[in-house]
Design a protein around this ligand. Structure first.
Ligand code: SF4
Length: 62
């Protein structure tokens, strides 16, 4: 995604099983490398993580 990932859009590197195609690769974006999962963002389930990240993206998008 050369122009960045727009809020609410699924990353093209995210596989159907929700794992990253670039994990462990040098081409993985720096922002992804720096992200540290935490309960405030991820909650305690995939459903909570999707809901919380969607809310955060909407609140911080231009
Ligand atoms: S870690 Fe980064 S590159 Fe990988 S799927 Fe998530 S947003 Fe995309």
């Amino acid at each position: 995604m050369p122009n960045g990932k727009p809020a609410g859009e699924r990353c093209v590197q995210l596989k159907d099983d929700n794992l990253c195609r670039l994990f462990g690769q040098p081409s993985r974006p720096k922002v992804c490398l720096q992200f540290r999962p935490c309960a405030d963002v991820c909650g305690d389930s995939s459903e909570q993580a999707i809901w919380r990240i969607t809310e955060l993206e909407a609140a911080t998008s231009l």
